[in-house]
Design a binder for this molecule. Structure first.
Ligand code: APR
Length: 248
């Protein structure tokens, strides 16, 4: 990785702070969670997300949804935050990051200590009852599904994940994410930026920076692009900040 590029990027991040960070599945691959579109290892090379994790399958084919879909969603529940998540939590504490908009449902930013996390694709912590609106912890639902499909709430209503499924309306938190990405520079980490409406956000931001293994459709628009692993790059940037801090 190019030392000069890291130093210049660190300087730019400090000059334009605070940043909003938009993360995708790529920031969690070093926690053992495969992303969706990396060639060969991407989850969606083997499964069709539009098919399985969709409102239509939830309603018309609950067995497929709760047997296959849920097993995909729950497979990485014990993943741990990695150093990229931890660096971002530290940068929020130090005022470099205003907040995180994440497409991930793995909860790793909050577990790493980030406070302001907008989960625009929902989360996997609880399931929603479609009748009374109450929340049931996911662990309880995973038990229920062993003998009851679809799983139901104490009131008898069907329980569905709070993950945003294909065919769902956007969650209200997306509105907040949109406002934030108008007001602050946006740092994209670990996203192919191929899924809307998340990929609408970089088109709204005054300035964008990209840290990603592969090129994205927004690379030309970005003030900087660093292709490589999130942990290595964020760790190097964090070291460069400390150097800058010492010099100021
Ligand atoms: N460091 C940096 N970038 C990485 C790393 C890593 N360790 N690992 C993978 N990447 C990059 C890949 O090169 C890829 O461009 O992260 C990107 C991940 O892109 P996707 O797999 O498309 O994931 P994402 O952009 O989050 O997908 C958005 O698609 O299926 C839906 O709802 C799902 O939230 C998901 C949405």
């Amino acid at each position: 990785m190019n030392e000069i590029m890291i130093k210049n990027t660190a300087q730019l991040l400090v000059e334009k702070k605070p940043w909003i960070v938009l993360t995708g599945a790529g920031i969690s691959t070093e926690s053992g969670i495969p992303d969706f579109r990396s060639p060969r290892t991407g989850l969606w090379e083997k499964l069709d997300p539009m098919e399985i994790l969709s409102v239509r399958t939830l309603q018309e084919d609950p067995h497929t949804f709760y047997r296959i879909g849920l097993s995909v969603l729950l497979r990485f529940r014990d993943a741990e935050p990695n150093d990229a998540h931890r660096v971002l939590a530290r940068w929020e504490h130090e005022g470099l990051v205003e907040g995180i908009i994440t497409q991930n449902i793995d909860d790793l930013h909050r577990q790493a200590g980030s406070q302001k996390v907008l989960e625009i694709h929902g989360h996997l912590r609880t399931f929603l009852c479609l009748r009374c609106g109450s929340d049931t912890p996911t662990e309880e639902v995973a038990e229920k599904v062993k003998s009851q499909i679809p799983p139901v709430c104490k009131c008898g209503g069907v329980l569905r994940p709070r993950v945003i499924l294909f065919g769902d309306m956007l969650p209200p938190v997306f509105q907040q994410a949109e406002e934030l990405s108008h007001q602050h520079p946006l740092l994209v980490i670990g996203s192919s930026l191929q899924v809307s409406p998340a990929n609408y956000l970089p088109s709204q931001a005054p300035t964008i920076g990209i840290i990603n293994r592969e090129p994205t459709p927004f690379d030309e628009k970005a003030a900087f692009v660093i292709h490589g692993g999130a942990v290595e790059i964020l760790t190097a940037l964090n070291t460069a900040f400390k150097e800058l801090g010492r010099k100021q």
